[in-house]
Ligand binder design. Structure first.
Ligand code: HEC
Length: 181
């Protein structure tokens, strides 16, 4: 029995003496997987098929919440978007105000405050047609949506800047600009 006590004491003493000081980890007995090898997301890798440690998403994968816009970049496809796409949400003043805020941030620079095509940089760039002019007055919401996502001529696409809800809110405001005298 004495012998056993002695060994227990010995083991306990050894365990306590492992700690050099309270601020150091001390000796480690079998650290095994304590220290994982972190892989930098954008570094090279000899293991993955694309040679980068972060692999590409599988072909055809889409981000959660992303809505696929399955229309081509032609006038016919814009017509089709006009026939098929409609604002899925109810009108509200709150949405209209939000649409105006987004318009003034994203579109006003070229299209101008009232949508007349006279924004501050339009004269240096290409002057867009007026929203209440002959070309755009009768554009349906889906056609406007198409123009926002795909861009048109000299107008760049705004697909990345505005999500689905934002686009429909902006369109509520464009509809208002279309009716200006
Ligand atoms: C960098 C300047 C610029 C910005 C920013 C811009 N547009 Fe345009 N937009 C244009 C120009 C230029 C045209 C005319 C393009 C042409 O006829 O080649 C145009 C055309 C359009 C058209 C008509 C497309 C068609 O089919 O005839 C719509 C609708 C439109 N813009 C909406 C918007 C909306 C909504 C925004 C903001 C989200 C926006 N634009 C931001 C420059 C711009």
């Amino acid at each position: 029995m004495r012998r056993v006590n002695f060994y227990i004491l010995l083991v306990l003493t050894l365990m306590v003496s492992c700690a050099k000081s309270g601020n150091e980890p001390g000796y480690e007995y079998m650290p095994d997987m304590v220290y994982s090898q972190a892989v930098e997301a954008y570094s090279e890798s000899s293991v993955t098929p694309n040679g980068a440690s972060m692999m590409y998403p599988p072909k055809g994968s889409i981000a959660r919440g992303y809505k696929v816009f399955a229309y081509g970049n032609t006038d016919d496809e814009k017509e089709r978007a006009g026939e098929e796409l409609n604002d899925p949400r109810e009108f509200s003043d709150k949405r209209l105000n939000r649409g105006q805020m987004l318009y003034e941030k994203m579109c006003l620079v070229c299209h101008g405050k009232t949508g007349a095509g006279d924004g501050p940089i339009a004269t240096k760039y290409t002057e867009p047609p007026a929203f209440n002019g002959r070309a755009l007055r009768n554009y349906k919401p889906g056609q406007l949506y198409h123009a926002i996502v795909k861009g048109y001529g000299d107008m760049p696409s705004h697909e990345v800047q505005l999500d689905d809800n934002d686009r429909w809110d902006v369109i509520l405001y464009l509809k208002k600009l279309q009716t200006l005298e």
